[in-house]
Design a protein around this ligand. Sequence first.
Ligand SMILES: C[S@@+](CC[C@H](N)C(=O)[O-])C[C@H]1O[C@@H](n2cnc3c(N)ncnc32)[C@H](O)[C@@H]1O
Length: 241
Amino acid sequence: MWWSRFKRGFAGTWDDRLDGLFSAKVDYAGKSILDVGCNMGVVAYEISKLKPSSIHGIDIAKPHIETAKMLLSGSPVHARFDRLNLGSRRLGNILLPKYDIVLLLAVYQHMQRNIGPGKARRVLSNIVRRTSNVVARVPPGTDGEFIETLSDEGFQVKSTHTSPLGSHVLVLEKPGSLPTNIHVPAAGADPLPACSSAPGSADSPAESILRMGFAPIPMTLRVAATVLSASALTARMRPLA
Ligand SMILES: C[S@@+](CC[C@H](N)C(=O)[O-])C[C@H]1O[C@@H](n2cnc3c(N)ncnc32)[C@H](O)[C@@H]1O
């Protein structure tokens, strides 16, 4: 049975996995959350009690994703779970352009092992560029490279917590960034679409959400950023005086 297979590889208890997450005093209320390596959704479920506007979980393991979907089906929070290898080219289509908070809990070391250190670092950068707030758990002795990558993306460590099993919970913030306010659909509006695009559907899941008006502000920001970078490029292309 799949459960006993996964139980064998399960490190620590749920309490271990949640340790230090809520004492870090991150305000999840009204925020859009990306949970990278969401496992069976237990962290997402605990965070859903703090009334975020949405939770998007990604994990490579199908049984984990199915369990997470079932767990969150009883929560009023808009939740979506996608089965995906973070090394996949589909990552850019699955992720939304912006999240208020990205969780990277005990997952980066697995990414390094699964997809190689170089690619893991590029994927990490791609993910954290979509937010100004990261909450991470890293194994003892591995903070250095993780923090270095996030520093390169403009993040600063706001707090650290050492859990009983030795892992570190890091809260990182990009100073000076405007908070991203994801529009919360009105009561009675359609819930988030299913995890993957329906067969034959032209839209990626991220596009489906955007089409539903779930994130109009990030889309506006994206358009503005495109216009700004185009004008910056034009300015750079002018011949030197
Ligand atoms: C140690 S668990 C951490 C789970 C959860 N974040 C927590 O703190 O309890 C690592 C999770 O990352 C997932 N994972 C590992 N490599 C992955 C990859 N390449 N793409 C997507 N998920 C991956 C695993 O399936 C697993 O659920």
